[in-house]
Design a protein around this ligand. Structure first.
Ligand SMILES: [Zn+2]
Ligand SMILES: [Zn+2]
Length: 252
């Protein structure tokens, strides 16, 4: 079991991370699941219900934004108070920021249905806590879903699937370089930078990125401890020394 550094959204008790799943019923929708993040008071939020408001915010901002820079778009979503510090809501940000930037660039037609399709697909594989439990961060299938929609990849396709897998392999490799402990915000920005390079190289899709390493404003909120100088997005000038318990930060 890992540290108890995050809190239950229902009763505020410190959450426990377990390595062997336990049966739990969602406090919102009642669904029964095997859970790896549990409250001692038996409260539980299933992955669909976790971060519902944040996912709604990402969906709405992705549909409405005119931004062509996916990194800037992600940063705008990071600033929304409804977003927890960590969690697979960040995978939705990666997909929403990338798809909307491509759409707004104007050279590739992306419909609202394409955006919804990306969210639907990543929702099957971006699962809270599974970065540590299977080694797959939700940002990986998020970028993979976008690339596969662009290329029309599906099981059985040849180059379309190869390109999709190449994109996800590159994202996973970049995220690997940022591990210890994990940070959904760093992984999202890194995944978007990889996607921008990949789309330029593979398809000539140009997405303007004004700042590839924007300064993170949330390092003091990281419940597992920010990597600070080891993270390319760390802001050494504005950061405050880490003292005491960090703020509740959601679960990843
Ligand atoms: Zn609780
Ligand atoms: Zn639920």
């Amino acid at each position: 079991m890992a540290g108890n550094t995050e809190n239950c959204g229902v009763c505020g008790a410190p959450l426990q991370y377990v390595t062997v799943s336990k049966e739990a019923s969602c406090s919102v929708c009642g669904r029964k699941e095997k859970a790896h993040i549990v409250c001692p008071g038996r409260h539980y939020l299933c992955d669909s219900c976790h971060g519902l408001d944040a996912k709604k915010m990402v969906r709405e901002m992705s549909l409405l934004t005119l931004e062509t820079d996916p990194v800037q778009s992600a940063m705008a979503m990071f600033h929304q108070p409804v977003l927890p510090m960590l969690g697979c809501e960040h995978a939705y940000i990666a997909a929403g920021a990338l798809m909307s930037a491509i759409r707004n660039g104007g050279r590739v037609r992306i419909s609202n249905e394409d955006l919804e399709e990306a969210f639907q697909r990543l929702g099957r594989q971006a699962v809270g806590g599974y970065c540590g439990l299977t080694g797959v961060c939700g940002v990986v299938p998020a970028i993979g879903a976008c690339v596969s929609i662009l290329y029309g990849s599906k099981c059985g396709r040849d180059m379309e699937q190869r390109l999709t897998m190449e994109a996800t392999a590159r994202v996973a490799s970049e995220i690997l370089a940022l591990t210890g402990p994990s940070c959904c915000k760093a992984y999202t920005l890194a995944g978007l930078n990889v996607a921008v390079d990949f789309l330029k190289e593979a398809s000539g899709i140009l997405l303007p990125v004004r700042d590839r390493a924007p300064k993170c404003l949330w390092s003091a909120k990281h419940p597992h401890g920010c990597r600070r100088e080891r993270c390319p997005y760390f802001d050494a000038e504005k950061s405050v020394p880490f003292i005491g318990n960090p703020a509740p930060g959601g679960s990843c």
